[in-house]
Design a protein around this ligand. Structure first.
Ligand code: KG4
Ligand code: ZN
Length: 352
């Protein structure tokens, strides 16, 4: 397709780093032509967390239909793709391998370049995606808070495709703390959406949880302490876990609301401090926990106070998806980043 003399770039993107099997076709890193996500939440729910062996097995079953659906939804022929982008890491190795091998196979058979993408670069690029032309331009430098089940990281994005780590969690990720607290209280998996919902209208001052400020070179966020504080509170007060979210008592709702207040306050305190130190032109809030209603609301208030625009992807693009990999993959593609046929999954990949 020719637009104003410039040919657009269309990427098939594949994401299988955790428990979502996802494929998307993205044009010029901005426009989503298709975005298919097959979630395994129900499979892992009985275990209160992702079981790696089950995840990779289901990726193998789901990947072919998910990719075919993404191509069909976009009315794309493989021959017309410019490249295949894939999450190389970080993530669960068995899960990542499925996406990497399938991406390699498609790229090899159709003679297309293979573009490896860092999962967090994907999350950072989710706010760049828009459905219409001309939308989605994010003023740079930006400051990005990536909060998910695996990550709580603050990055400066000086220019597209460049990421500078400013802070991270030294132990649990924020989403992991949500999931563990929910499991402890018998609220089901994943914990984030349940705690978000149960907190609404509850007394968030019932229990005073604090999250210490840590600056020891190992990271700026810490969420394992608040998780343990919830555990101690439960033991001290003899609170019995409930049989699912619907059985939550007002005591439990107040408890999770108080936990959520502490987490959101800590997330935004560091985000604000970093914004004041770095002086970005915009703020990005992304990752699964960015779906949290309290975090979204208070981040918007914080950004307004700083006079900065805040970009938060819609919930479908906040949690794991392949469109964000297509957006980050487009930048990597333009930078000339390519994977060879020996490309391997890297569970501990550092950002590039
Ligand atoms: O980005 P994501 O889909 O996967 C990872 O890369 O980890 O994030 C999943 C995490 C889970 O821990 C889940 O509990 C959390 O995001 N999450 C939420 C909400 N929705 C999902 N946390 C808080 N509030 C929510 N509404
Ligand atoms: Zn993620």
């Amino acid at each position: 397709m020719v637009l104003s003399g410039v040919r657009s770039v269309r990427l098939l993107a594949i994401e299988t780093s955790c428990d979502e099997t996802a494929a998307a076709v993205v044009e010029d890193g901005r426009r989503i032509l298709s975005n298919v996500v097959s979630t395994q939440t129900a499979i892992h729910a009985p275990y209160g967390g992702v079981v790696p062996e089950l995840a990779s097995r289901h990726h193998i079953e789901n990947i072919a239909p998910v990719v075919s659906q993404a191509m069909a939804d976009a009315a794309m022929e493989y021959a017309n793709l410019d490249a295949v982008a894939v999450t190389q890491g970080p993530g669960l190795v068995g899960s990542l391998l499925v996406g990497v091998q399938v991406a390699k196979g498609i790229a090899f058979v159709h003679g297309k370049p293979l573009v490896p993408v860092h999962h967090i670069a994907g999350h950072i690029h989710a706010p760049f995606l828009a459905h219409g032309d001309g939308e989605g331009d994010v003023p740079l430098p930006a400051l990005a808070l990536v909060v998910s089940g695996g990550h709580t990281h603050l990055y400066e994005v000086p220019e597209e495709g460049s990421y500078r780590l400013l802070g991270r969690t030294r132990d649990d990720a924020a989403g992991e703390a949500y999931d563990k607290v929910a499991k402890l209280l018998g609220l089901g998996y994943p914990g984030g959406p349940v705690i978000d919902r149960l907190s609404q209208g509850a007394n968030d001052r019932a229990v005073e949880f604090t999250i210490a400020r840590i600056k020891d070179g190992r990271g700026d966020y810490s969420f394992s302490g608040v998780k343990t504080a919830v555990l101690h509170h439960v033991r001290r007060h003899g609170i019995a876990p409930c049989a699912g979210a619907e059985a939550a008592t007002s005591e439990i709702r107040d408890l999770v609301a108080s936990f959520q207040r502490a987490v959101v306050t800590a997330l935004l305190q560091r985000f604000r401090q970093a914004a004041l130190a770095v002086g970005p032109r915009s703020l990005l809030l992304t990752g699964g926990v960015a779906a949290n209603s309290r975090l979204r609301r208070e981040a918007a208030e914080m950004a307004a106070g700083l006079g900065l625009p805040l970009f938060v992807p819609p919930i479908s693009l906040s949690t794991d998806n392949a469109a964000m990999i297509g957006a980050a993959g487009f930048v990597a593609y333009r930078q000339g980043r390519r994977g060879g046929w020996d490309l391997n999954a890297e569970p501990h990949l550092s950002i590039f």
